[in-house]
Design a protein around this ligand. Structure first.
Ligand SMILES: Cc1ncc(COP(=O)(O)O)c(C=O)c1O
Length: 355
């Protein structure tokens, strides 16, 4: 099973690319998909020969367990093209490890590393024209695993599909982002699946997020389920608070996704002598800091937006606006990270991965 998959992957190419029909200056995030996809099936206790094939609908029985019990996990990663047309990824080994951590929690089989990396490499080389040069442009890569076994009894499946699809993306600008600190709803609980990229974690956020949106807030910052006193993370981003010149962020836990952007920001802060405190952050201290004028920034960190500044927040009817800074940590970290991702700067920690 751990043999070199590059000789093993069955490849069937499209007869004609769809790329001519794509307006790369006008891409809605995650709506257009490249020519090919990677598919590998799990059955009889083993992952079978992987295939790369034209992007196409799947045929799956309506009784497949994924539809009934949500046995599904996924990842989000990006590929970049530098000015010399070389392709790069950012810390993909961490995404590989994380999808297996997620799979393990959802009682799904782990995926072999060589299949993952050989599959990705071949897929990206086939669809390399879909990756545009220029900072901000990228290819968003979505690996995911679903339970395909036909059985509507509530237990783990015996068959799965591991699939990778790719979608070209432009610089992600979310506009002005204001957030609501969660007071009632929760994203994750102790002993639950918050640390896994399990599909259901996201579905569960849509309703509370839609209520927040009706009030004019784009996102929710989730608080701990027991007390709602501790700030944890946003829908698809970890969260940092800058109080004075110190950065605060919640520690990893079984409720919080171990974000790759988050740990990169923490490392870059240390490299640049910015003080970071990784500890439980209370709603009370952030409101207090805001009232005293000490809360300078809040920003989210995640693959899609890299760094997303937050311009204000509400909690229990109290509304706070954050100052606009010329020397924000948000733009400092965004530049540092994207310079590494696009092969513009040195990469002292070996985060870049040549595809
Ligand atoms: C719930 C959640 N938190 C944080 C993140 C950020 O993680 P990363 O930086 O690895 O993209 C994501 C996105 O993957 C997420 O879905």
């Amino acid at each position: 099973m751990m043999s070199d998959a590059s000789n093993t992957i069955k490849i069937s190419k499209v007869s004609e690319s769809k790329i001519e029909n794509v307006d790369f200056n006008n891409l809605a995030f995650g709506k257009i998909f490249t020519d090919h996809m990677f598919v590998c099936e799990y059955r009889d206790g083993a992952w079978q020969t992987p295939e790369i094939m034209p992007y196409q609908p799947l045929t799956i029985a309506p009784s497949a367990r994924v539809f009934h019990y949500g046995q599904a996990v996924f990842e989000g990663m990006k590929a970049f093209k530098d000015e010399q047309d070389q392709l790069w990824m950012f810390r993909p080994e961490d995404n590989f490890n994380r999808i297996n951590i997620s799979a393990h929690r959802m009682a799904m089989p782990e995926f072999p590393k060589n299949y993952f990396f050989d599959g990705l490499t071949q897929l990206l080389h086939l669809d390399k024209d879909w990756i545009q040069k220029g900072k901000g442009n990228s290819l968003y890569i979505r690996p995911f695993v679903i339970a395909t076994e036909e059985a509507i009894s509530a237990s783990a499946a015996n068959t799965y599909k591991f699939i990778i699809i790719c979608s070209p993306a432009q610089a992600y600008y979310a506009g002005e982002v204001k957030v609501l600190f969660a007071e009632e709803f929760s994203r994750a609980a102790d002993g639950g699946v918050g640390y896994a990229k399990a599909a259901g974690n996201y579905a569960a956020q849509f309703y509370p997020t839609s209520l927040a949106q009706q009030k004019g807030y784009q996102q929710i910052i989730w608080t701990d389920a027991n007390t709602h006193e501790y700030l944890e993370e946003a829908g698809t981003m970890n969260i940092f608070f800058r109080v004075g010149d110190t950065l605060l962020t919640a520690p990893k836990s079984d409720r919080i996704l171990d974000g790759i952007t988050r740990k990169s920001v923490i490392q870059l802060a240390e490299d640049n002598t910015i003080k970071v405190e990784i500890r439980p952050v209370t709603v009370a201290e952030i409101k207090e800091a805001a009232k005293k004028g000490e809360l300078k920034e809040i920003f989210g960190a995640g693959t899609a937006a890299v760094i997303n500044p937050i311009s204000g927040f509400e909690h229990k009817g109290e509304v706070f606006d954050l100052p606009k800074l010329d020397d924000s940590y948000a733009s400092f970290f965004k530049n540092k990270l994207t310079d590494i991702q696009y092969n513009i700067s040195e990469d002292p920690h070996g985060w870049r991965y040549k595809v």
